[in-house]
Design a protein around this ligand. Structure first.
Ligand code: FES
Length: 190
């Protein structure tokens, strides 16, 4: 590539009938070759950075929600972090929907945090958005806080039935990860 440019001496700079100088052609050829060389170098890097099938498999979690009773939650693991999957009762859904989103620190409706047709299934990370403790409320008998959802005992953050921050230092709602229903009863997270 560099040789090509080096051979472009003033002798080779000629003007053809259509006005394109020979020197222009050599410069373009040199740039094109450099571009191809650049691609050849970049491609292996990109392919090395792409996750392997093993990593992709480990990065998603499947959960069968059929056995979760209304008012119950299960703890799973997603990308090595706790994941809460909860089936809300009609009362918990009503409580979430009765809260004006405009009054919330991190305004989001329950509908925005669940999937259409599955408003009773709330999927959130079990990681407090303050400093990362695992909130209580997913297991039977655990404290659910003043708003009936989750309570982080580390510094007292209270989340409501939609996992939205209502009181305490946490800045945002419990994160809802990317997920989809792969059947009526199974979700795939990630
Ligand atoms: S880590 Fe949850 S309130 Fe601080």
């Amino acid at each position: 590539m560099a040789d090509t440019t080096a051979t472009a001496t003033p002798d080779t700079v000629t003007t053809s009938d259509d006005g394109i100088r020979r020197r222009d052609f050599l410069d373009i050829a040199a740039v094109s070759a450099a571009g191809i060389g650049g691609l050849a170098v970049v491609f292996p890097l990109v392919s090395q950075m792409a996750p392997s099938k093993d990593v992709l498999a480990a990065s998603s979690t499947e959960v069968d929600v059929s056995a979760i009773e209304p008012g119950q939650a299960i703890k799973a693991v997603f990308r090595k972090q706790p994941l809460f999957v909860k089936r809300l009762t009609p009362e918990e859904i009503a409580a979430a929907n009765a809260t004006p989103t405009g009054s919330l620190r991190d305004p989001q409706s329950l509908a925005e945090r669940t999937k259409e047709g599955h408003a009773d299934i709330l999927v959130t990370m079990g990681v407090c958005t303050h400093l990362g403790c695992v909130p209580l409320g997913a297991a039977e008998g655990e404290v659910k806080g003043e708003f009936g959802g989750y309570f982080c005992p580390c510094h007292g953050s209270h989340y409501d039935t939609a996992g939205r921050i209502r009181k305490g230092p946490a800045p945002t709602n419990l994160e809802v990860p990317e997920y989809e229903f792969t059947s009526d009863t199974v979700i795939q997270v990630g």
